[in-house]
Design a protein around this ligand. Structure first.
Ligand SMILES: Nc1ncnc2c1ncn2[C@@H]1O[C@H](COP(=O)(O)OP(=O)(O)OP(=O)(O)O)[C@@H](O)[C@H]1O
Ligand SMILES: [Mg+2]
Length: 246
């Protein structure tokens, strides 16, 4: 595990007079599972929003797979193979599971210029298969996402990441507001993604969730990276101290 998938050098981000990121450098290796932790306002979401194209850094460089890249919007990020899960907004609630799975990448039956007909049959069949892979007990891809529980919704996004062989999956608090049982399920899916070689960045306030599924832990405090350690070289107690005492 030595090849970089995402390498950031000296990222700075300002929101008006607030500096949300201060000279953040980080080198994430292919297939690595990185837990990103830190107190409220530490800059965790800002960092991943730069990778997912929601915000742009004011300075610094991002290399993806060894190439210098500019991520100007969410499309650029997706094109690189980065998929981001936010607790609430990753899916369109009024669309079906199948439509959500293929959103932006819909299969077409025939294509004329920029027009095409949705291949609904393929979407229905493949969305069910994708859902089965995460062992979600849903009968049909036609079910609307608004009728799913929080955990089931995370399952659909993870099914999408597996289906499209996402290279990097970023999860910003994926276990927030989930029941204990649903949280366990999400953590098992993360293990599965890891086993399939997906690079994962997992943000959470709950060290007990992130620690078991991480290879490496990165701690942010007030916009700075204050620690970057292999799991074997740290503990939940030590990480807690770093977050609390900074
Ligand atoms: N869109 C925005 N406009 C102005 N300031 C912002 C914006 N987003 C974040 N900030 C500020 O930037 C800093 C970092 O916020 P960020 O959301 O990255 O922290 P975080 O580590 O994700 O925190 P939390 O754990 O609470 O989600 C905070 O001071 C926050 O108030
Ligand atoms: Mg956040």
């Amino acid at each position: 595990m030595s090849e970089s998938i995402i390498k950031c050098e000296g990222l700075n981000k300002w929101y008006g007079s607030i500096q949300a990121l201060k000279d953040v450098s980080i080198d994430i290796k292919k297939g690595e599972s990185v837990g990103l932790v830190g107190d409220n306002g530490a800059g965790k979401s800002t960092f991943i929003k730069i990778l997912s194209g929601v915000h742009q850094a004011d300075s610094g460089n991002i290399y993806f797979d060894g190439n210098l890249v500019k991520i100007n919007d969410a499309k650029d990020s997706m094109k690189l193979g980065i998929e981001t899960i936010y607790q609430d907004s990753a899916l369109a609630p009024t669309l079906s599971i199948a439509r959500n799975l293929f959103v932006g990448r819909e299969p077409l039956t025939l294509k004329l210029g920029s027009l095409g007909l949705l291949d609904r049959e393929k979407m229905a069949k493949e969305s069910l298969e994708a859902i089965k892979r995460v062992e979600l007990d849903l009968r049909s891809g036609d079910e609307l996402v608004e009728n799913l529980s929080g955990g089931e919704r995370q399952g659909v996004v993870i099914a999408r990441a597996l289906y499209f062989r996402t290279k990097v999956l970023i999860m910003d608090e994926p276990t927030n507001h989930l029941s204990v049982k649903e949280t366990e399920k999400v953590l098992r899916w993360i293990e599965k993604l890891k086993a399939e070689g997906t690079t994962c960045i997992f943000i959470t306030h709950n060290l007990h969730h992130v620690y078991p599924v991480s290879d490496r832990l990165v701690v942010f405090a007030r916009g700075e990276k204050i620690a970057d350690v292999q799991k074997k070289d740290t503990s939940i107690e030590e990480l807690t101290k770093m977050i609390v005492h900074d």
